[in-house]
Write a protein that binds this ligand. Sequence first.
Ligand SMILES: [Fe+2]
Length: 264
Amino acid sequence: MNPSSLVNLGRYPIAKLACEPGKSFAEKCKHEYQRNGLCVLPEFISTDSLEAMAQEAQAMQRHAYFCKSRHNAYLTETDLTLPEDDLRNRCEETYVGSVAYDLMGANSLLKQLYQWDPLKDFIGLVLGKYPFYRLDDPLGACSINVFVEGGEHGWHFDESEYTVTLMLQAPESGGAFEYVPQIRGCVDEKEKVGRILDGNREGVVELSFNAGTLLIFGGNRTLHRVTRVGGTRPRLVPVLCFAEESGQTNSAAVRQLFWGRTGV
Ligand SMILES: [Fe+2]
């Protein structure tokens, strides 16, 4: 199977980026990303492939390793010498599972999409990264986030500059992706983050979950969360990881945390 058939190339001409219309399209996405801190591509997966990709993820979800944690919005250590209401000490809850990359078979559609060079090259162009590589991590290169009932990801800024995710299956309820665009580094960043943690909704944007959407997201500057999921159908969201140098991997500590093991 040619991985290009997984992508809605009629709407997203990314197979040939050196010539038109791919070149102009990638430029447009790059501007969108720079302006808004994210680039949303609805119906990125072709209609014919979406169901098959969702079924594949459903079949693998039972292999997810689940991780429950409490963290502050900056994913840093708490500091008990500071007041209880200091941002460093205000903890959010996260409960999410992840299916590791090494569990995907050679015929996995998701794996074939991830390994398709034009996708990598397109994302590199949007992010303004060249050269650009797939992550070389045996577990975390491309994984599937699984939010079962009670699953959530509390407010935080990502450690990594950008994240690429694919919306595959919406849950029965909850699981909304909410974000407050580009507040990291603002003069009143701390006040804004504090207000959001208090439950104030000012500036909060919800990105509707439409299966088949590819999201390129600058999560290091934008505060974001996934609200608590309800119902028996899990929220399934593959995460595609890239790097600016070849041969990059996650640390053993990160692998242990997210997949419960350090090797294949
Ligand atoms: Fe995040």
